[in-house]
Design a protein around this ligand. Structure first.
Ligand code: FES
Length: 157
């Protein structure tokens, strides 16, 4: 695997201003750190882009796509913004919470699951949108949730 520093240099070369590479660099660092951004990740990205860790944290803390705490093996992110909210997002959240025994924002003790609510995932016309391990599922309804969880558990739905 190419070292993170070297991969970020490749990203940096794609932009006229190194700061423009901060988001893809953070995304890459998040992938390399098991799906979240520990302090070390901010130091690594900052070092590679000649920025400060505080600047990188300020970017990451603004966007839902960056996670500042450890996450489970499976990450369920339910959009609860306006379109999804009007199309049953809260019921979808409650269905996942019931299936997984978790509240929104929690990770299971065994490290298998994280349930999050997030801002708009960019699929407002296909509400409710749920990102399951970073892959978007469209038109999700509460009744779909047991099948999604069973699928992720490796069970037949
Ligand atoms: S409001 Fe849910 S995807 Fe935009």
């Amino acid at each position: 695997m190419i070292p993170l520093y070297d991969r970020i240099q490749e990203l940096k070369a794609m932009y006229p201003d190194p700061r423009s590479a901060v988001m893809p660099a953070l995304q890459l660092a998040q992938e390399r750190h098991g799906g979240w951004l520990p302090e070390q990740a901010f130091r690594e990205v900052a070092d590679a882009l000649d920025l400060t860790p505080a600047y990188c944290l300020s970017i990451a803390s603004f966007y839902d796509m960056f996670r500042l705490e450890p996450v489970g093996e499976h990450v369920i992110e339910v959009c609860t913004n306006i379109s999804c909210g009007l199309n049953g997002a809260q019921q979808v959240v409650e269905a996942f919470a019931s299936e997984l025994g978790l509240g929104a924002g929690e990770t299971s003790g065994d490290g298998a699951w994280t349930l999050r609510t997030v801002e708009c995932l960019g699929g407002c016309g296909w509400a409710t949108v749920v990102a399951v391990n970073n892959r978007h599922r469209l038109h999700v309804q509460a009744a779909d949730v047991p099948g999604i969880v069973a699928e992720l558990r490796g069970e037949s739905a």
